[in-house]
Design a protein around this ligand. Structure first.
Ligand code: ADP
Ligand code: MG
Length: 300
């Protein structure tokens, strides 16, 4: 039950986890490895992106972070609480909230503000405090004006922002988003990413963003790459995305601007550093143009 003193919100060491696959008669059969010797450390207030091909173990790791699953091997402390101690489950869920892929599965009430207050009501928070926290949360995600609406009438991006409000109303230290933008259109994805970046920056909420959109990982303090249940790369977005070939070997891409710059560089254009965004690409090209005569054909 005791809480370890730490400034790390997540401290996982040598984590392993296996799913048991049952046959058609319900007998336990194959054991499928989903996490294999994972070490993960996250400081409070960090923004961490987790990348990896389908089946690499991202969701399994995410479910460990709020004790929906517990490791078969290794140790995991969330906010200083050992996830293997069943007595810690509610403390852990209080400190780490989850947002999942499908916004429709996360809606409970028929009015936005009731939906956001639902978790607080379940926790027995006094009514006056509930309304205060619901208002704060809805303002933080830019959905206060929509508080009286029916969640079913909202766009995908707006629904996910309501889901995020429901999580932050619980005042967690950490939010885990497991492909929370996967079902959204580009506009909705931007809304959600803008919202979590803002929460991270202004409220110091730790963000763990699992995504298959490389462009979203560019904003992270740190990127972790998973493959076959292992952490195979870790570093800043620039360190990670400079390794185009290595990422390809894990069946991952780099952001479009990075790829374009990389291809131009391979063709002889003088681009010095790894480019992460369109703005950086434009800057790199302007810089190159100033130093070199771009009217000459590039080498092939
Ligand atoms: N409920 C489950 N039962 C059996 N195997 C599972 C289950 N969920 C995931 N797996 C397996 O565990 C591995 C990791 O899956 P998952 O954590 O969902 O990866 P990701 O989120 O990166 O796609 C995969 O091999 C997957 O098939
Ligand atoms: Mg997944």
């Amino acid at each position: 039950m005791a809480r370890k003193k730490t400034d790390r919100i997540i401290e996982g060491h040598d984590l392993s986890f296996h799913y048991t696959v049952y046959d058609s008669e319900g007998n336990p059969g194959e054991r499928r490895t989903a996490l294999d010797g994972v070490d993960i450390d996250v400081q409070q207030g960090q923004f961490v992106a987790i990348l990896g091909h389908n089946g690499s173990g991202k969701s399994t790791l995410a479910r460990h972070l709020n004790a929906l699953l517990v490791p078969d091997g290794g140790t995991l402390y969330v906010d200083g609480y050992d996830t293997l101690d069943a007595g810690n489950v509610w403390k852990i869920r209080q400190s780490t909230g989850m947002v999942f892929q499908n916004p429709d599965n996360q809606i409970i009430a028929s009015v936005v503000e009731e939906d956001v207050g639902f978790g607080l009501e379940n926790q027995g928070v006094p009514t006056a405090d509930i309304w205060k926290r619901v208002e704060e949360a809805l303002r933080a995600v830019g959905m206060w004006k929509m508080r009286g609406r029916s969640p079913n009438r909202l766009s995908g991006g707006q629904k996910q922002r309501v889901a995020i409000a429901g999580v932050i109303a619980m005042h967690p230290k950490c939010i885990v988003l497991d492909e929370a933008t996967a079902m959204l259109d580009p506009g909705g994805r931007k809304e959600v990413i803008r919202t979590v970046r803002e929460l991270n920056r202004t409220e110091n909420v730790t963000v763990i963003l699992i995504t298959h959109y490389m462009e979203e990982a560019v904003f992270a303090d740190r990127v972790i790459v998973m493959d076959h249940g292992k952490v195979v790369m870790g570093g800043t977005p620039r360190e990670i995305f400079s390794q185009v070939e290595k990422l390809k070997s894990f069946r991952l891409d780099v952001p479009q601007a990075t790829l374009l710059a990389w291809k131009l560089k391979q063709r002889g254009l003088p681009i010095k550093d790894t480019v992460l965004t369109i703005d950086e690409l434009i800057e790199a090209l302007n810089h190159g143009a100033a130093e070199n005569d771009l009217t000459q054909p590039v080498s092939r």
